[in-house]
Design a protein around this ligand. Structure first.
Ligand code: MLT
Ligand code: ZN
Length: 463
C-alpha cells in the first residue's frame, strides 16, 4: 500500500488519470506472458515524457521504492513481472515518432511504440525494419531493446542490437543519458548504449531510441522441407547457406506441427510425415536464385536428408507456410509450457539435442517435449508441456530441475541458457551455467554504477 504522500507525489508527476491503482490495472500491467508468478504491483504509472520518467526515478530513490519498467509485456522470462509491490512504469504513452531523416535512414521514436508500428512507418518511407517475431503486434520497441529481441530474421539481419543507433535513458540514479546520438562511427570509449541493450530494465528506463532502417527486401520465397533426422537439418542448412543468402532458417518437430495444425486449423505442408521440418526463406530477385534453390532441393532429396517439400508460389502461400512456424508459440500456451530458450554453436547442435532428448527421456519420462526454433542461429526453443496429472507447483519445480540439468549440459557445450528471451526471473538461477562468477560480479558492479540504490527491476537477471 502506498502512503497518501507518495500517491500525491506520483499524481503531481503524471496526473491523476495516469496513476492506476485499480486491481484490474495492477493485474494487467504487473505480468508478462509467463504464468508462474502472480502480479502484485502497488501502482501503475504512465509517464508522457523523459522528464516525467526522471522525476519518477528520483521519487523512487527518495522513498526507496522499486520500479518495474513495462513495455508490451510479451516477455517470456518474467522480466516485466511486478510481484513484490513495485511501481510499474509503463511506456505506452511515449509512442511517437520524434524525428526521421531519410539521408541517415534513422528514425527516433518513443520507447512505447509498438514494433509493428515501426515496421509500418519504415514501409511508408520505402524502407524496412527487419527485426520480426510473432508478437510484433503488441511488443514495444523499448522492451525489444531491453531484451535485445531476436526473432525469425536474425540469420540475415542480426538481433535488435544491430539496429539501435542511439538511446535516451534515465538511469537508476535519475540521470538522463544520451547514448551514441545516431552515429555510425564513435570510438570514444565504452559504448554504454550496448550495456543498456539486453539489460532487462536493471540499469535504466529506455525512453527514446534512434533506430536504423534499411532497404526493403525483394519478394521472398518460402520453402518448407520434411527432414529425416536432426543432423540432416544441418546438412540442409550448410547446403543452402553456402549458395543462397537465407533470410530465415527455422525448424520445428512433428509434435509442434501436429499441435499447430490441429489447434489452428492450418493445412499440413504436405502429406508425408517426417520427424522434423525446416522452413527456409530467401529473396527471389532473379530467376537464377529460384533455379539454384530447386537444384539444392533436389540434391538434398538425393542425399536422403529431405523426404518432401513445398515451395511457395504466391505471397499468400508464403504467409500460410510461415504460420506453421509462427503460431507454434501461441498454440502451446494451451499446455502451459515451461520454456527453455537455449543456444549452442550450430555445429554442436545435433550432439547437444541428442543428449537433451536422452536426459529427459530417461529422467523425466512423463514430460512431452516440443522442439522448434531458429536453427540457423543455433537457437533451440525447448518447450516442456505440463502433464495434466501434475500440479502447477510440482510441474514448475520439476522443470526447474530439468533446467539445472540442461544448464550443466550447456556449460559442457559452452552454450547459453538464454538465446533471445532474456533471463528475468525464470533463468536467473541458471545464469552461472553461462557466465562465470567473475562476470556475474562485474555485472553487479555495473548495476551499482547505474542504479546505486537498486530501485530498477530488483531481483531480475541476478539477486
Ligand atoms: C518463437 O521463436 O516462436 C518465440 O521466441 C516465442 C517462443 O519461443 O515461444
Ligand atoms: Zn524465438
Amino acid at each position: 500500500m502506498l502512503s497518501e504522500q507518495i500517491i500525491t507525489r506520483l499524481t503531481d508527476i503524471v496526473g491523476a488519470q495516469r496513476l492506476l491503482l485499480e486491481q484490474d490495472d495492477l493485474q494487467r500491467f504487473g505480468i508478462d506472458r509467463t504464468t508462474i508468478w502472480k502480479a502484485n504491483p502497488c501502482a501503475v504509472v504512465l509517464p508522457g515524457s523523459v522528464e516525467e520518467v526522471q522525476q519518477l526515478v528520483l521519487l523512487a530513490n527518495e522513498f526507496n521504492l522499486a520500479i518495474v519498467p513495462s513495455g508490451g509485456r510479451t516477455g517470456l522470462s518474467g522480466g516485466a513481472v511486478a510481484k513484490d509491490g513495485e511501481i510499474v512504469v509503463a511506456m505506452d504513452r511515449m509512442n511517437q515518432v520524434l524525428d526521421f531523416n531519410p539521408m541517415d535512414r534513422c528514425v527516433t521514436l518513443g520507447a512505447g511504440m509498438i514494433t509493428s508500428q515501426l515496421q509500418d512507418f519504415a514501409e511508408e518511407q520505402g524502407l524496412f525494419y527487419p527485426v520480426d517475431f510473432a508478437s510484433t503486434g503488441s511488443s514495444q520497441i523499448g522492451g525489444n531493446i531491453a531484451t535485445n529481441a531476436g526473432g525469425i530474421n536474425v540469420i540475415r539481419y542480426g538481433m535488435t542490437r544491430e539496429w539501435v543507433m542511439g538511446l535516451k535513458v534515465v538511469n537508476g540514479a535519475g540521470d538522463i543519458l544520451e547514448l551514441n546520438r545516431g552515429l555510425v562511427k564513435n570510438n570514444t570509449g565504452y559504448d554504454f548504449r550496448h550495456l543498456f541493450i539486453g539489460s532487462e530494465g536493471t540499469l535504466g528506463l529506455i525512453c527514446e531510441a534512434t533506430i536504423q532502417l534499411t532497404r526493403p527486401p525483394a519478394d521472398s520465397t518460402v520453402l518448407v522441407l520434411g527432414i529425416d533426422n536432426f543432423p540432416a537439418i544441418l546438412d540442409v542448412l550448410r547446403t543452402f547457406s553456402t549458395e543462397i543468402d537465407l533470410s530465415a532458417f527455422e525448424f520445428f518437430s512433428q509434435a509442434a506441427l501436429d499441435k499447430v495444425t490441429e489447434h489452428r486449423g492450418h493445412a499440413k505442408p504436405f502429406a508425408t510425415q517426417t520427424p522434423f521440418y525446416a522452413l527456409l526463406e530467401f529473396e527471389t530477385a532473379t530467376e537464377s536464385v529460384m533455379d539454384k534453390a530447386m537444384a539444392l532441393f533436389e540434391k538434398c532429396m538425393e542425399e536422403g536428408w529431405v523426404l518432401d517439400g513445398v515451395l511457395s508460389q504466391s505471397l499468400a502461400q508464403a504467409k500460410a507456410l510461415w504460420k506453421l512456424r509462427e503460431d507454434i508459440s501461441e498454440t502451446l500456451w494451451h499446455w502451459q509450457p515451461y520454456k527453455n530458450d537455449i543456444s549452442v554453436r550450430v555445429s554442436r547442435m545435433p550432439d547437444f539435442l541428442r543428449e537433451v532428448d536422452e536426459l529427459v527421456a530417461s529422467r523425466y519420462p512423463d514430460f512431452e517435449l516440443v522442439w522448434y526454433g531458429h536453427i540457423g542461429d543455433g537457437n533451440l526453443h525447448l518447450n516442456i508441456l505440463k502433464p495434466e496429472a501434475l500440479s502447477n507447483e510440482d510441474f514448475v519445480a520439476k522443470c526447474g530441475n530439468v533446467s539445472g540439468e540442461i544448464g550443466q549440459l550447456l556449460a559442457k557445450y559452452e552454450g547459453s541458457i538464454s538465446a533471445e528471451h532474456g533471463v528475468g526471473l525464470l533463468k536467473k538461477d541458471y545464469l552461472h551455467y553461462s557466465r562465470s562468477p567473475l562476470e556475474i560480479e562485474l555485472m553487479r558492479s555495473i548495476k551499482k554504477a547505474f542504479d546505486p540504490n537498486s530501485i530498477l527491476n530488483p531481483g531480475k537477471l541476478f539477486d
